[in-house]
Design a binder for this molecule. Sequence first.
Ligand code: 8NA
Ligand code: MG
Ligand code: MG
Length: 345
Amino acid sequence: AAPVMLSRFRGALVGSVLGDCIGGEFEGAVDVPLDRVLQHLSALDDDTRGEGILQYSDDTAMMRCVAESLLTRMPFDEHDMARRFAKEFNFAPGRGYGSGVIQVLRKLASPHLKDVFQPAQVQFGGRGSFGNGGAMRAAPFALAFRSRADVCKYSRLGAMLTHSCSLGYNGAALQALAVHLSLQGALALPKEFINKLISEMEEMEKDETAQHDAKALNLSEFPYCSRLHRVKELMDRNSVSIEEVISELGNGIAALQSVPTAIFCVLHCLEPRAGLPEKFRGLERTIAYSLALGGDTDTIACMAGAIAGAHYGIDSIPQSWQKSCEGVEEADDLARRLYDLYCLP
Ligand code: 8NA
Ligand code: MG
Ligand code: MG
């Protein structure tokens, strides 16, 4: 039976945290043999392992700020969200933030700052960041709003607090939309799921700024749409190698090289896959597969974990995995509170 909506909400935020915590092991690794991934995952089942729980990184730290801000200041309060990002960074600066975003977070801490979008706009010579930091924290927007238009609008604004390049904030909107559609059961029809994302991104990428940024970065005219078309092509193929996924879609810290990749991981793992244990259910397969791609593994697994968690629900996530990761209970609580908000008339 399909999971009920509350289970999907909880699965989305818990799945996101698990991807971050479990994926942290391989962040930045060029080559991650599947054996090592499976070893890492089977250690989660071992109660006697002495390593303690896996810590979350910037991905979860900022996702929690987004959720808390949405819960207290619906629909969106940029000052409140910016303040939470700055406060969290000041409280725990060592969570693996990108080198650029640290400068923005320091400026956001200033009580004299009037325009909270300004620090992000001066990044990278005024071009703004195209990193995946807006997308990695976007899942709560998918839970907070009922309409796709609102999910898009507010996830983009939320990302713009640190990522003013359209590749950065449009990547956040793509991730939020993928989680949103998944919550509604849209992954039952994978082709329609990807087609819907393509048509949403066509609208977004028609925008003058998006066209300008794509040109300035030497990308194709509709960068996300063309990646999503590649996702669709890879979906149609019987066998796809890890190397092909990396070269066609990427595994890097840019949103363009990681959000479509995370979406592909979810779609590819809807069915059992050779090399992955038969006992693995969908979310376990998705996270395992995301790690095997290497690169920005915590963030790709975090984004794929949110989309997959929204599809399979909380009950599909092994208890041993949940117990092994820092911040799972808090994420679960945030998801329940967002669900309560969603149920209000
Ligand atoms: P960000 O905004 O600092 O962007 C990350 C990086 O992307 C920057 O430091 C730059 O190198 C590059 N970049 C972004 N925009 C531009 C641009 N317009 N021109 C040139 N270079 C650019 O941080 P973020 O929040 O987007 O973070 C992205 C990822 O990096 C996250 O996964 C986060 O965890 C972080 N990170 C990655 C690693 C790793 O080894 N892969 C390590 C630590 C942190
Ligand atoms: Mg991280
Ligand atoms: Mg990362």
